[in-house]
Design a protein around this ligand. Structure first.
Ligand code: GLC
Ligand code: CA
Length: 556
């Protein structure tokens, strides 16, 4: 075995979007006590690590990714005592807790920013990025990730501040050593409290190197900030500093939301352990689009050829050099069974299990997003007012209200790809509001909760839930799943995603039919051994049935 063992390589991580997980006081918003209440459910599933998306005080322009106090708990999520009880409950059950670190930007309500915007000579002025305007407009042509300019004019001092996301999320100035001291102190404070890791929000953007105009895509309205502040040398320098000053003092799981290319990914998550344990790449989701100025908003599906080319490139690129995180779902993506699989009643369960097999047998630490283990589907909202997400409403303003995209087209794109598809409440049972709340849920519950809910699935041996449970158990049983090599198979096959993992003579073969048809598949010789797991009770030699997934384990 070449890879060094590490608990975070062997782990399975479960992501909780706290607003949508479990409400315990009837206000329609999930809370920390709700997480504590469901810890036995997670323990039964078998996950090792729980990552909870932001629960800090926030005006919620971006659902908590705009933080106004890094050391507090938003009252709608509970209190610090609730947090401590949750942490204790997680540790008591032998699980670990990863928290979200959102330090590219703060909320505009954060006391640092409240001070910073007061005057040019305020001691906090330099905590953010302020610039004079250029010819009566913003300092440069950059667009924000959520539409519009990345600069906001502020009358009080007649300057602009940078916000790569919404204007309510001003970017911190990491070039200021005081800012780094403050962030590192805060991280140390959480580590001393006993948390087990950080998921680092858009961490690839912290190192701004210059403020030059960026390239404008054809038909686009704004320039890209990519060259000046994505994956720069400066970002790597800050991460190394963070590693030395904070991370190395504890035994943590660190995962950077960094994206970029394979080469960039290797630098963040290199096995030489200078920066982070692992990274999230985006190519296999955000990279699937029509390549127009509309970016993610398109009818683009998830063709096997594209997905496989991207995922195999990442598997082969990182193995032996860096550690990957493998996932299809999170709070920023639509539901995976709707996007990559088939959520019709006939194929939902099979395709959800097929996708789970594909991911959990790959090289890298698998992440499960709450509800994925039930095969939850997209919300398919039909009215703009059903959506809560700022990204949706901004996109509507930018593209539809301005007459550039037909409303029907945009509503169809939203139904396919909008983030709220994955943010509808957890479906616990078949009581009103799916057992999520006794009040009015902050975002509508998916109407299919009568058919898809945890209570039914936990008791059903053939459910998606129990399939995930078995996949997790297998990871904990067979080293080849964690530490084996990765070898793509059937690279030109139109229908089947296949690969092998090998470790010290043990061979794991994974075959996944990406289609709703029975397709030929002849791989007998190369795949020794017995079936370890499958989403069909009976395998037919020489073919794969619709969305069939098969994993074989044998000796070389
Ligand atoms: C990340 C988060 C996303 C958030 C953005 C800004 O991409 O995952 O939810 O909107 O950063 O913080
Ligand atoms: Ca609540």
């Amino acid at each position: 075995m070449n890879e060094k063992r590490a608990w975070w390589k062997e782990a399975v991580v479960y992501q909780i979007y706290p607003r949508s997980f479990q409400d315990t006081n009837g206000d329609g918003v999930g809370d920390l006590n709700g997480i504590t209440k469901r810890l036995d459910y997670l323990k039964n599933l078998g996950v090792d690590v729980i990552w909870v998306s932001p629960f800090y005080p926030s005006p919620n322009y971006d659902n908590g990714y705009d933080i106004s106090d890094y050391r507090g708990i938003h009252p709608e999520f509970g209190t610090m005592e609730d947090f401590d009880r949750m942490l204790h409950g997680i540790h008591e059950r032998g699980m670990k807790l990863v928290i979200d670190l959102v330090v590219n930007h703060t909320s505009w309500d954060h006391p640092f920013f409240v001070e910073s915007r007061k005057s040019k000579d305020n001691p906090y002025r330099d905590y953010y990025i302020w610039r004079d305007g250029n010819n009566g407009g913003p300092p440069n042509n950059w667009g924000s990730c959520f539409s519009g300019s990345a600069w906001q004019y502020d009358e009080a001092t007649d300057q602009y501040y940078l916000h790569l996301f919404t204007p309510q999320q001003p970017d911190l100035n990491w070039a200021n050593p005081e800012v780094r001291d403050r962030v590192f102190d805060m991280m140390t404070w959480w580590c001393d409290k006993g948390i087990d890791g950080f998921r680092m929000d858009v961490i690839g953007m912290i190192g701004k190197e210059n403020y030059l105009d960026g390239a404008v895509p054809p038909g686009g309205l704004y320039g890209s900030f990519e060259k000046s502040c994505q994956h720069t040398e400066t970002t790597h320098r800050y991460l190394r500093e963070m590693r030395e000053r904070v991370l190395d003092k504890y035994d943590l799981l660190t995962v950077g939301e960094a994206g970029g290319t394979v080469e960039q990914g290797i630098r963040y998550a290199s096995l030489d352990e200078k920066e982070l344990n692992m990274i999230f790449s985006f190519e296999h989701n955000d990279g699937l689009n029509d390549g127009t100025e509309l970016g993610k908003w398109s009818d683009h599906g998830a063709p096997l050829k594209e997905v496989r080319e991207i995922m195999n490139r990442w598997q082969l690129g990182l193995i032996g050099k860096a550690w990957n995180s493998v996932y299809l779902s999170n709070h920023d993506q639509p539901r995976q069974v709707s996007r990559y699989g088939n959520d019709s009643p006939l194929f939902r369960v099979r395709s959800a299990k097929m996708l789970a097999t594909l991911i959990h047998m790959m090289h890298g630490t698998p992440y499960i997003y709450n509800g994925e283990e039930l095969g939850m589907t997209n919300a398919y909202f039909t009215r703009l007012s059903d959506y809560q997400d700022v990204e949706v409403h901004n996109a509507w303003k930018q593209w539809v209200a301005s007459g550039r995209v037909h409303p029907e087209d945009m509503m169809r794109y939203f139904a396919r790809i909008a983030r709220d598809n994955a943010r509808t409440p957890m479906q616990w049972d078949d009581t009103p509001n799916a057992g999520f709340t006794t009040g009015t849920p902050w975002l509508a519950v998916n109407r299919n909760y009568l058919m898809i809910n945890a209570e039914d699935e936990v008791g059903d041996p053939d459910s998606v839930y129990n399939y995930y449970k078995e996949l997790i158990r297998l990871r904990h049983t067979h080293d080849v799943i964690v530490y084996g090599s990765f070898e793509p198979l059937l690279n030109d096959d139109e229908n089947v995603y296949a690969y092998r993992r090998v470790l010290d003579g043990t061979v794991l073969t994974v075959l996944c039919n990406w289609t709703d048809r029975t397709v030929p598949c002849g791989l007998k010789e190369e795949s020794p051994g017995d079936i370890l797991i499958s989403n069909y009770a009976l395998h037919k030699e020489g073919v794969l049935q619709p969305y069939e997934a098969i994993v074989k384990l044998g000796k070389e």
